[in-house]
Design a protein around this ligand. Sequence first.
Ligand SMILES: Cc1cc2nc3c(=O)[nH]c(=O)nc-3n(C[C@H](O)[C@H](O)[C@H](O)COP(=O)(O)OP(=O)(O)OC[C@H]3O[C@@H](n4cnc5c(N)ncnc54)[C@H](O)[C@@H]3O)c2cc1C
Length: 584
Amino acid sequence: MKIHKYDTVIVGAGGAGMRAAIESTKRSRTAVLTKLYPTRSHTGAAQGGMAAALANVEEDNWEWHTFDTIKGGDYLVDQDAAEILAKEAIDSVLDLEKMGLPFNRTPDGTIDQRRFGGHSRNHGEAPVRRSCYAADRTGHMILQTLYQNCVKEGVEFFNEFYVLDQLIVEVDGVKKSAGVVAYELATGEIHVFQAKAVIYASGGTGKFFKVTSNAHTLTGDGQAACYRRGIPLEDMEFFQFHPTGIWRMGILLTEGARGEGGILRNKDGERFMEKYAPVMKDLASRDVVSRSIYTEIREGRGCGPEGDHVYLDLTHLPPEQLDAKLPDITEFARTYLGIEPYTDPIPIQPTAHYAMGGIPTNVEGEVLADNTTVVPGLYAAGEVACVSVHGANRLGTNSLLDINVFGRRAGIAAAEYSHTADYVELPENPASLVEELVERLRDSTGTERVAVIRNELQECMDANVMVFRTEQTIKTAVEKIAELRERYRNVSIQDKGRRFNTDLLEAIELGNLLDLAEVMATSALARKESRGGHYREDFPNRDDVNFMRHTMAYREVGDDGTETIRLDYKPVVQTRYQPMERKY
Ligand SMILES: Cc1cc2nc3c(=O)[nH]c(=O)nc-3n(C[C@H](O)[C@H](O)[C@H](O)COP(=O)(O)OP(=O)(O)OC[C@H]3O[C@@H](n4cnc5c(N)ncnc54)[C@H](O)[C@@H]3O)c2cc1C
């Protein structure tokens, strides 16, 4: 076991982690630990854009953006945080531009902007062009730009280091962060990083679904590491299903396709979104569009022999526009479906896309141990965190914004904290939990296989806690997850070696997915209303009286070692926007 000492440790080198690192390295001795090589992080897969009310192409302002974000989140958004997001968006885009990001341009040379779902002029009058973009490779450009700037700032990376445990120590009755424990892929060695401040920026958890836009690596490691050490998880029942995944594969086709004028059609060729969202039509919020697609399918208007998908139609757009603005996704249609988007509509279905919930933080990125108490030295930003700016449903292009705004804030706050704070003494055997976990999996002679359990988990989640949910389906999921968790104890791996043992790490990642799936289903069961991405057919209306509050899920361990989930609730911060009925 090796011990390292840094002022600030950042877990993750996606957009949030690298944006934090640029700030933190300037102010404190910083290490970034990442299980992937930085430029392979999922931020690089983001396509459509990053929202900011620059008003370069039409009238816009950050107040409209704030309102759209709150309405998009079905009023579960903390309004003070949404205001910061929308206000700081403008500088956030300009910062990236100065760092060298090649945004698409208007003819007069300013940053071009396109339409995206739920972003509107004057509180819902009509769609507005607010999303800054670099063709359909915006995330790739952000990730490369941030990486180049990290290199310039001399950020120290530990690549292919998997953080598997968060160290929390009680000092004078206060729980503080002492550092993290990581596993080095190349050698199998265990490293302890003692740090005054730790920032989680480890991304989402979409891999508990089967049809998903998320990369294989999005297994919620950061959420799970904190949760296991007593940190609550907020609003985990809210997961976003993006309307346009490639049929059966889930690979994303950006909403920017509809922003550029693409239209959704059913088997009769009808532009069905006109019925569900008369003003915003195909650019209504994602939860609304995904439910509309499944309503069409359920009512027999789906396409294909099995009637299980609808079409994204781009055939009326000029090929030059598709080539210039949507080169990657039109190529995806050709490669994965053998379809020519110039002439034929593309079969799509909703795909699991984004975790609105996560590790609770305040607007400085400080992690909360309960509704109000901060854990000194612990921070989180990006998809792993819940600030909450996305509430019950995130608006498209608000996540690339979130990682930049709150990544920056967390980087500054953590580095400043490390100036005044002392190191927290490490526990006696800081790596014991990870060592036991690794040894148990290496030595196991059990008969269960990782791939089999993961597949059953994904099928169960797709069938029971997707776009439509009921008490019955969620209970089925809770029971199945409990069975899978039991079987997971008996899992074994084939590779017993130390070097590059991805078999071992996939087993550990599966353990994380199982824990988080359990929290998600349990939180969903208790929320007896429909709001944003959480739609209960047995409770189809939003219930502000009983459920205008954030879910806080805590792991509790009894004296006999039994684990249970305790649910509590946290009030939503409301400033100036009264909840209204949501119409698009
Ligand atoms: C296909 C796709 C398209 C998208 N398009 C858009 C878009 O156009 N606009 C928009 O706003 N949003 C979009 N999103 C959402 C957005 O891209 C993500 O929410 C955002 O990029 C997440 O950034 P992040 O920095 O939080 O995490 P990530 O970019 O996922 O990075 C996570 C980092 O954590 C590291 N990590 C994870 N676990 C560990 C561990 N155990 N130990 C060490 N390191 C670890 C990884 O190595 C990685 O570096 C899209 C998402 C997808 C999947």
